[in-house]
Ligand binder design. Sequence first.
Ligand SMILES: [Zn+2]
Length: 505
Amino acid sequence: MAPKNETMDKIVSLAKRRGFFYPGSEIYGGLANTYDYGPVGTELLRNIKNLWWKYFVQQRSDMVGLDAGIISHHKIWEASGHVAGFADAMIDCKNCKARMRADHLIEGYYDEQLKIQEENDKLGKGSYVPIFVVDEENWISNIIDKKTRNYQIEGLSTAKLQEVIERFKIKCPNCGKNDWTAIRKFNQLFPVQLGIVQGEGGMGYLRGETAQGMFINFRNVVDSNRVRLPFGIAQIGKGFRNEITPGNSIFRTIEFEMGEIEYFFDPETTNWEEAFEKWKSSMWEFVTKHLGILETNLKWREHTDEERSFYSTRTEDLDYKFPFGFKELWGLAYRTNYDLTQHSTVSKKDLTITDPYTQKKILPHVIEPAVGLTRLLLMVLIDAYTEEGTSAGGSEGKRTVLKINPKIAPYKVAVFPLLANKEELVGKAQEIYNELKQHFMVTFDARGNIGKRYMAQDEIGTPWCVTVDFDSLDDGTVTIRDRDTMKQERIEIAKLVTYFQEKLG
Ligand SMILES: [Zn+2]
């Protein structure tokens, strides 16, 4: 569990250098925890979204889509419980005034202690570290799994967080003093003042999640579409959470892209445990097969009783091994019919669905798979990031390459003229570029030497580079260079489109 991470620094620097993402509002000094996606990042994000939609909506017969508003009625968030409960436990250092999340403060402390323990282990010194020597009966010792050295702090109650900080006399990472305020809850919803109406009447919220859009439109979807239980509503869109967060780049930002599904069913005819397992396999298949992520970097983690919402019967997270530890990628929760019950009660609208055969009225239960798509993007970059030696030598005999699944790579093909100052080569290359553009996202580069151009394409994960040389003008063939193997082959220009179509399946 390395704290500040070299891999992460390299990826963030690559992201800026090549145009995946930039710090938000940068020319005005930046705005904490916001990011803007550049030309290459925009393509990658769109490809991930499209693949998600294709897999979870287009290719299924039990799913429909929705695109609800971002600005929404304050009552939605009162009914959902977000106004009362959607809050971070924050703590302030009285000395230097630094404000941070109490759970993150403890996580930082645990990371440090675990490092000390690792050193002790190497020296054969045993446990001299406070987090390991607390009384076995004490719940604090149960936060840490002594075998795997994994811990779970997120989701602890305010009182328990306070107790841990006091127990270990955790110091401020900023100034080193141990002088804290009490922990206070800080609501994460962004209020919006609408029009000129002052007070509650003109008050809305930026949505904290897309899920509520599915619940409040449940009646509309049922009445306007031929859907029958079990069925799901899917949505891709922005969510907003006013969080104070530690670095880790785009892992946790105040504005982020979500992909959420509410899968509605009648608990009397659908076994929720079976449905839950099916969703687990779909999520796993999407991440491993379609995004091409290594299975060994993924694991399931069931929420503890304390983390789980009181209405949820089971919640599991699919965690990915980020350079800063295994962290949540995708949540899967069985939420019973809590949400529809809440909205039905507060809005006083009937949200039941009638079974066409039995005429039974059902207030469906839901299973909710919810993922941060911008978090998927970060995972794809981390998983694809490779530094390797090259037999060809290159400038220093090594290269950085993003081995992204070609299906989601920002550009599928880059087209080069061998020399930028030979009109006939440039003209032919442009002709090929214009043709390929009709079928794929393609880029063109005539700057510098071929080696530099390969290097630039490797760093953004372009699977194939096509080079037009003098032979091309005579025999109508070009060189295709493969990103991963670096092998080259000659292909007829006339067959290029089919060649790439076949490669992309
Ligand atoms: Zn301080």
